[in-house]
Design a protein around this ligand. Structure first.
Ligand code: BG6
Ligand code: MG
Length: 218
């Protein structure tokens, strides 16, 4: 167990909810329909352009490329407005302690997010220095469930994928981690994150050493 690779939205901070709010506003105000929280599960971990395509398909709406670009930009503006209201208090429970214990245990730490806002968010909440490597939407060409984001993380950290553990709240993210040949910890509900090696509600009360026993002792 050499490295931990963390997703951002929904694992480090609760921005998954902000993505949903901003997409829902776009669907309501510009597209003329609503999107459910259940449908939103299928958007988690998926890139901005792919998310818009899935929303349009869900509502049966067709748009030209220029309008799609305009709407994706508008959604991002609304999203960034929400993100800018965050403070370090919005870091999810247990994360800071877990990151510190991970570093103290000599385990490398990477971020694996398809978001182009990942680095500014980490800077905004003051934990950018906790990461040895940041792979974000500006460094990859394929979103999750493609394994690119996590494979790049392992490569930049100089560790073998089978020595990595991925922390993810998205179905697409768990698939991405598994396709990269890594162990996966789902953060959320076991009914949703069925493919994860283990599922936890959050990282409260978890120590890095516990994971080694659970995930690597076969
Ligand atoms: C992922 C989110 O982390 O980033 C997705 O789970 C989001 O919901 C994707 O669409 C892209 O984010 P951004 O910030 O580049 O639009
Ligand atoms: Mg996520």
């Amino acid at each position: 167990m050499q490295a931990f690779l963390f997703d951002l939205d929904g694992v480090i901070v609760d921005t998954a909810h902000f993505h949903y709010q901003a997409w829902r506003r776009l669907a309501n105000e510009k597209l003329g329909f609503d999107i459910s929280e259940e449908f939103n599960e299928s958007l988690k971990g998926v890139s901005r352009t792919e998310s818009l395509d899935r929303i349009l398909a869900e509502g049966g709406v067709t748009l030209d490329d220029a309008t799609k670009e305009t709407y994706a930009t508008l959604k991002n503006q609304w999203y960034v407005e929400l993100v800018n209201q965050m403070t370090p208090d919005d870091i999810l429970p247990g994360i800071q302690k877990f990151l510190k214990e991970t570093r103290d245990a000599g385990i490398k730490i990477g971020l694996g997010s398809v978001s182009k806002n990942a680095r500014p968010i980490l800077e905004h909440i003051g934990i950018v220095d906790a990461f040895d490597v940041i792979i974000d939407g500006t460094k990859i060409s394929k979103g999750k469930p493609d394994p690119e984001v996590f494979l790049k993380g392992a490569e930049e950290l100089g560790v073998s994928p089978d020595e990595c553990v991925v922390f993810e709240d998205a179905v697409a993210g768990i698939e991405s981690g598994k396709r990269a040949g890594m162990k996966t910890v789902g953060i959320g509900h076991p009914d949703v994150l069925k493919e994860a090696d283990i599922v936890l509600a959050n990282l409260n009360n978890l120590a890095p050493a516990d994971l080694k026993k659970t995930l690597f002792s076969e």
